[in-house]
Design a protein around this ligand. Structure first.
Ligand SMILES: [Fe+2]
Length: 389
C-alpha cells in the first residue's frame, strides 16, 4: 500500500504574493533573517499585509543552520504575539526554523501558555531560493550547538498550509546559488524517481520537475532577470519537494549530508558532484548486481524523457550521467570532490566517519540498491578523483 499526500495550497506565478491581500487573518508573525530585511523581501510582504489591515511582528533572528536556541526564542515570540498567521520568508533555514517553531508551539503549548493555548496559526511559506522544496515538506533540521548535533524533525503539522511561489523573491539570488540549489532540485527529482517508495503519483511530479530543470536552470543561471526561467525553476523545486516528501530520497543525499557536515560544502553542490557516481552505482554498471529494483531502466526512462540516446538500457544510463556532468560544467560546478579543495589525506582519514554517518542517514533506506560502507567508500573515492565505472 502506498500513500500520496499534498496538504499545501500552492499559489504560483507573477504577483502570487497578492494572495495575502485576500487571506482572512488579523495578526501575523514573520519568521525570517536579517538579509531578507536588507534585500527588501520582508517589505514586499508587509506592504501587502498592510493593504489587508493585518498587523505584524517580525522575528528576524534566523541564522544559517538554525539552532535550538533560535527556535526557542522564536517560540516565545509566537507565544507572546499569538498570531493567527505565521509567515516564513527565506531559503531553507527560515522555513525550517518556522517549521520547528510550529512543532514546538503545538507540542509544548500546555506547559508554555497554561490554559491560554496558542491556536495553530495558518502557516505560509514564501521560499526565496528554488531548491529545498521545504514549502511542501514535513521535514526540518535544527542544530543543537551545545551537543554539536543535527536534530531532524518530521511531523505532519510542520507542512506549510500555503506556499507562495512568487519568483520575484528569487530575483536577487546570485548565480552560484542558483546553480547549487538548482542541482539540488534535480537530485531530489531523480532520487525520488528511482526510490524504493516511488509511485505513479510521485513519478508525475518528479518527471515534470526534471524536464523543467533541464530546460530552465541554465537560463536562470546565466540571466537572473529571466523571470520565465526563475518561475519555472521555482515550480520545479516545489514539484520535486512534493515527489520526495512522498517517495523519499537516496544515497546521493545521504553522502551529501555527511560530506556537508564535514567540509562545509554546500548541500546542492555536494549533490551535483555525487549524482553521476551514484547513478553509476545504482544502475549496477560496475558489478551487474540485480539488486537495483530496475533503477537502470528508470534512469533510461529519464533519458528518453529528455530525448537523449537510449536505444539500450546502458546507453540510456550513460547518456543521463553525461547530461548531468554537462549540466555541472555549464554551471561551473566541479566534476570531482578534489576540485572543491578537500585535501586528499584529510579525505581518506575521514572516509570511515563520513560513510558511517551516511549509512545511518534516513535517505539510505529508500535508495533503490542496498549499500554497505565499502560501497559508499568506493563511490566517494571515485567522486574524489573522477574515476568512472
Ligand atoms: Fe536536497
Amino acid at each position: 500500500m502506498q500513500k500520496f499526500q499534498i496538504k499545501t495550497q500552492i499559489h504560483s506565478g507573477h504577483n502570487s504574493i497578492n494572495y495575502l491581500k485576500t487571506i482572512d487573518a488579523r495578526k501575523a508573525c514573520i519568521v525570517t533573517d536579517k538579509l531578507m530585511i536588507q534585500l527588501g523581501m520582508v517589505d514586499k510582504v508587509t506592504n501587502v499585509l498592510e493593504t489587508n489591515n493585518i498587523e505584524y511582528k517580525v522575528f528576524d533572528e534566523v541564522e544559517p543552520n538554525p539552532s535550538l536556541e533560535t527556535v526557542t526564542r522564536g517560540l516565545h515570540h509566537i507565544v507572546e504575539t499569538k498570531p493567527d498567521l505565521l509567515i516564513a520568508i527565506g531559503g531553507g533555514s527560515a522555513i525550517d526554523a518556522a517549521k520547528a517553531i510550529m512543532f514546538f508551539c503545538i507540542k509544548t503549548k500546555e506547559e508554555l501558555v497554561d490554559k491560554e493555548a496558542v491556536k495553530k496559526p495558518c502557516f505560509v511559506a514564501i521560499p526565496t531560493t528554488s531548491g529545498t522544496g521545504s514549502e511542501v515538506t514535513a521535514y526540518s533540521v535544527i542544530t543543537d550547538k551545545k551537543k554539536n548535533a543535527k536534530i531532524p524533525i518530521s511531523e505532519e503539522i510542520m507542512v506549510p498550509d500555503v506556499a507562495i511561489l512568487d519568483a520575484e523573491f528569487t530575483k536577487t539570488v546570485p548565480p552560484f546559488v542558483t546553480a547549487d540549489t538548482g542541482m539540488d532540485v534535480l537530485t531530489h527529482s531523480i532520487e525520488a524517481l528511482v526510490s524504493k517508495e516511488a509511485s505513479e503519483y510521485t513519478d508525475m511530479f518528479a518527471q515534470k520537475s526534471i524536464e523543467l530543470v533541464f530546460r530552465y536552470l541554465i537560463r536562470a543561471y546565466k540571466d537572473g532577470n529571466d523571470m520565465t526561467a526563475r518561475e519555472k525553476m521555482h515550480d520545479a523545486s516545489c514539484m520535486a519537494g512534493i515527489a520526495f516528501t512522498n517517495a523519499g530520497l537516496g544515497i546521493t543525499h545521504s553522502l551529501a549530508h555527511s560530506i556537508g557536515a564535514e567540509y562545509g560544502l554546500s548541500h546542492g553542490r555536494a549533490n551535483a558532484i555525487l549524482l553521476p557516481y551514484v547513478i553509476e552505482y545504482n544502475s549496477g554498471i560496475e558489478n551487474n548486481n540485480d539488486d537495483n529494483l530496475k533503477a537502470d531502466e528508470r534512469y533510461r526512462f529519464v533519458s528518453r524523457l529528455l530525448g537523449l540516446p537510449s536505444n539500450t538500457v546502458e546507453e540510456g544510463v550513460m547518456a543521463l550521467i553525461e547530461a548531468v556532468r554537462t549540466m555541472n560544467k555549464m554551471l561551473n560546478i566541479p566534476v570531482t570532490l578534489k576540485e572543491t579543495g578537500i585535501d586528499r589525506d584529510e579525505f581518506e582519514k575521514n572516509l570511515d566517519k563520513i560513510t558511517k554517518r551516511a549509512i545511518k542517514d534516513i535517505c539510505t533506506m529508500s535508495n533503490p540498491k542496498k549499500v554497505n560502507s565499502d560501497d559508499l567508500k568506493n563511490i566517494l573515492k571515485r567522486a574524489y578523483c573522477g574515476l568512472q565505472f
